[in-house]
Design a protein around this ligand. Structure first.
Ligand SMILES: [Zn+2]
Length: 385
């Protein structure tokens, strides 16, 4: 089946409109309303949940169901929020198809690229009348806040066991089938204040304990798929006072959930030891923001993606990522997902850019994934790598 190339201009128009709407995390209201209107024009039934009330935003997660279709349902997802600086975003299309921001904000291709592609793919399927699978959509809020929106989503509404999350950097055709546990931690060392000149012997130096602990913690990439970082350290009140308190924050990322827990035990023990060594106390808090998953390479989700890439002549590459996404939460609910590249580059920076030719390629891939109703499971090749 062939689709018209004119869809490219429509993709640009959708992308431009989407990025012109301010949609920071927890402030997705306007974008959600715009999206509901577009989805209803496409015949999609929409439902918004109450996630905003639960997580302190002004908007819920948006679900969409396109009635009809046959075969296994497919879930397509892209998040509605963007990182800062985002106020007043403006997409600029260059002659070569590259799209940038004006330079003072992010572009918002993360994740407007994903939303634009999903809308375009559904339009093409509607226009072509091609046989298709039942389509379910989920546009979460607050993905950029450790997937808070998809964490609170109502999974009883979703029948699909196969998801494609359009939220990955890199060339279209790349996809991530594994992502890490992300553990955030805060450690407060409590010592004792004293005058630094008159009675230094009476003080317990919280910063010194923290510094010794930080120096002992393994940092950076400890081994492939395991990273640790101390991100902030703050403490003390004045130059001439022995600091009573020091707060350290950091994170652990690990493709193995157990690996994260083991490293956490080590980090905790080091801080407790160094605090105790000088008579201070370490108060320790951790939060597992996301849990690791791995979608098997021989799963239908991966095989169908490879097949779609082959049919479109797109080079396919499946790998792990050290970044989390809504897919971490989908997997907790028994959905096998792939996070697929949808043309977002240098994300989370004002240099972020997108490529209209890549958006078009991704729209074709997603159209392929939605069709393929007659696929016999056994006919979908098992990957060789
Ligand atoms: Zn994203």
């Amino acid at each position: 089946m062939e689709f018209e190339i004119t869809g490219k201009e429509r993709l640009w128009e959708t992308f431009r409109s989407l990025t012109a709407i301010d949609s920071p995390s927890l402030g997705e209201r306007r974008l959600c309303d715009w999206l509901k209107d577009r989805l209803r024009e496409l015949g999609v039934d929409c439902y918004e949940d109450g996630a905003g009330d639960i997580i302190g935003g002004n908007c819920g997660n948006l679900y969409g169901f396109l009635p009809g279709g046959a075969g296994d349902p497919i879930l397509l997802s892209a998040h509605m929020d963007t990182v800062e600086p985002s106020s007043g975003k403006k997409a600029i299309l260059r002659e070569d198809g590259v799209i940038t921001s004006a330079g003072d904000t992010v572009l918002g291709a993360d994740d407007a690229a994903g939303i634009a592609v999903i809308l375009e793919a559904i339009r093409r399927i509607n226009e072509s009348g091609a046989p298709r699978r039942p389509i379910e959509l989920l546009f979460p809020v607050a993905e950029e806040v450790f997937g808070l929106g998809s964490e609170t989503a109502d999974y009883s509404r979703i029948k699909a066991k196969e998801a494609y999350v359009l939220d990955l950097s890199g060339p279209v055709g790349e996809a991530a089938n594994a992502a890490p546990t992300l553990m955030a931690f805060t450690i407060d060392i409590h010592g004792k204040a004293a005058h630094a000149g008159f009675a230094p012997q009476d003080g317990i130096h919280a910063i010194a304990a923290a510094a010794r602990a930080v120096a002992r913690i393994p940092m950076g990439e400890i081994k492939p798929g395991l990273c640790c970082n101390i991100g902030t350290i703050a403490g003390g009140r004045a130059r001439n006072i022995i600091p009573e308190n020091c707060r350290v924050t950091g994170e652990i990322r690990s493709l193995s959930h157990n690996g994260a827990l083991l490293l956490w035990e080590e980090v905790k023990a080091v801080f407790k030891e160094e605090a105790a060594a000088i008579g201070a106390v370490a108060a320790i808090k951790k939060d597992v923001a996301l849990s690791a998953y791995e979608t098997p390479l021989n799963s239908l989700t991966v095989r169908r993606f490879r097949k779609a890439c082959a049919e479109e002549g797109v080079a396919c590459a499946i790998h792990s990522t050290m970044g989390g996404s809504d897919n971490n939460n989908f997997e907790l609910h028994g959905i096998e997902g792939l996070v697929i590249a949808c043309s977002m580059n240098d994300v989370h920076s004002v240099r972020e850019y997108c490529d209209l030719n890549e958006l078009e390629k991704c729209a074709r891939l997603v159209s392929r994934l939605i069709t393929g109703v007659d696929q016999d499971e056994d006919s979908i090749a098992v990957p060789t790598d």
